[in-house]
Design a protein around this ligand. Structure first.
Ligand SMILES: Nc1ncnc2c1ncn2[C@@H]1O[C@H](COP(=O)(O)OP(=O)(O)OP(=O)(O)O)[C@@H](O)[C@H]1O
Length: 255
């Protein structure tokens, strides 16, 4: 098999906030066209790492290349090929979804067809709705649409499914997988292990500013099992979430 192409390369990244060492010399590659997850507890350094790669935050030291561009020398060029989620505060309350997309496209200096963008995230029926009138899952889908405005090579999603119900989460997993299948690389953070297992091609576990494991979910689980690990109780073949999904259906919901 060909060696995978690293579209993001992070080497010895260190970030200090005053005398606090938040990121302690981490190195990893993100491959082209994969969903790469940064997992770990609160305060592990995931968002800091993401924002440094996005060129939104200064690093203390280390080297980062995004599609061959250096964060030190080519920050503006990097901004043009990545998609980041905008803060909800930027969603002007009096504009509807089409108007917001037109506004953001104008800021990027690109032309888009707002209805096509909304169709990509299954929000075409909400074209005239205001952002604040959307459900939690719809808000996240709209936010993902905004990351795609400049046809980026890579999108960054910080905890994309936090606070969503099981159906909305699964819908978002499907959407994120479709975006990957269409050729976009995705880097996301999550606290949810089931999400990482279902969605991510590879994951890095971050703890106290260090990467303590990095591989595909399958390989990580196989390594654990081959080390002699056994679960104490036999696991049931379904869980309460499966019951919920089975009772309520898995279609897109507009609520
Ligand atoms: N601007 C800042 N000034 C000082 N300390 C900061 C700053 N931003 C983050 N930190 C600290 O750096 C550490 C890493 O924070 P970061 O937000 O990167 O963690 P995280 O893994 O994304 O956590 P969470 O899952 O809670 O979002 C935390 O201890 C945090 O308090």
């Amino acid at each position: 098999m060909d060696q995978p192409h690293a579209i993001i390369s992070v080497r010895n990244l260190i970030k200090n906030y005053a005398d606090f060492n938040a990121v302690k010399g981490i190195s990893f590659d993100v491959y082209n066209h994969e969903i790469f997850g940064l997992l770990g507890p609160n305060g592990a350094g995931k968002t800091t790492t993401l924002e440094i790669i996005e060129t939104l935050r200064e690093k203390t030291s280390g080297e980062i290349y995004v599609d061959g561009l250096s964060v030190d020398k080519d920050a503006n060029a990097i901004k043009r090929i990545i998609g980041v989620q905008l803060q909800a505060a930027g969603y002007y309350p009096n504009l509807n979804l089409v108007e917001l997309l037109e506004l953001f496209a104008g800021l990027y200096g690109v032309k888009v067809k707002p209805m096509e963008m909304l169709e990509k995230v299954n929000l075409q029926d909400k074209a005239k709705a205001k952002y604040k009138a959307l459900s939690g899952g719809q808000k996240q889908r709209f936010s993902i649409a905004t990351t795609l405005l400049n046809s980026p090579k890579i999108i960054f999603l910080d905890e994309p499914t936090t606070g969503l119900d099981p159906q909305a989460r699964r819908n978002l997993w499907d959407l994120i997988s479709e975006i990957r299948d269409q050729g976009t690389t995705i880097v996301l953070t999550t606290h949810y292990m089931d999400e990482a297992e279902q969605l991510c091609d590879r994951v890095a576990f971050v703890e106290s500013g260090k990467i303590i494991a990095l591989d595909s979910p399958d390989n990580l689980i196989d390594q654990l099992i081959s080390s002699g690990f056994e679960r104490k109780k036999e696991v049931k073949k379904a869980n309460l979430e499966d019951v919920f999904i089975n009772l309520t259906g898995q279609q897109w919901r507009e609520g």
